[in-house]
Design a protein around this ligand. Sequence first.
Ligand SMILES: [Mg+2]
Length: 189
Amino acid sequence: MSQEPEIYLDMDGVCVDFIGAAMSAQGYDPDDYLRQWKQDHAGSLFPEPLMNKTPIEFFTHKNLQTKGFWANLVPYPWFDQLFAELDRLGHVLFLTAPTGAPGCVSGKQEWLIDQFGNDFHDFIFTRHKNRLAHPNAYLVDDMPFNIKPFNQRNGIGILFPQIWNELSHIEDRVAHVVDELERAIAKSD
Ligand SMILES: [Mg+2]
């Protein structure tokens, strides 16, 4: 029997609605702005003309630097189903990049403990996701700039559909990812 697949699961933009919370924290109405993003800027990583801020200004805003911001991020409606499906297919580890703010790491850990209990330890906090790539490693991530280097190191990157990437047209995100993952696992057997 082949080895159990190692599945690395990104958090922001995949499990939790980071962008919606980051918008709210800076006074944007997420429903309104995400609708316009999808309508006029689908596939854009960060539509500056819509947001009227540079990515640096937006993503390093002081309201995004507290532990509470990260600990209180809201899971997407598909989170439970996504996790259950991935858990069926392999050993899931959350793989998430910290920002420059120390509160980010402690807040993310608190979020995971809230979900899975005190002893939960299936997570890695790093920006160097590609260092974990190998032929039995599968990365589920919404950012093409994480997928590409992972693939280059012989891992299998699976892009999670979001309005800011090339899969913005896909509605059933979980079905897409599970399908891709099952196909990739079957191929490696
Ligand atoms: Mg992400």
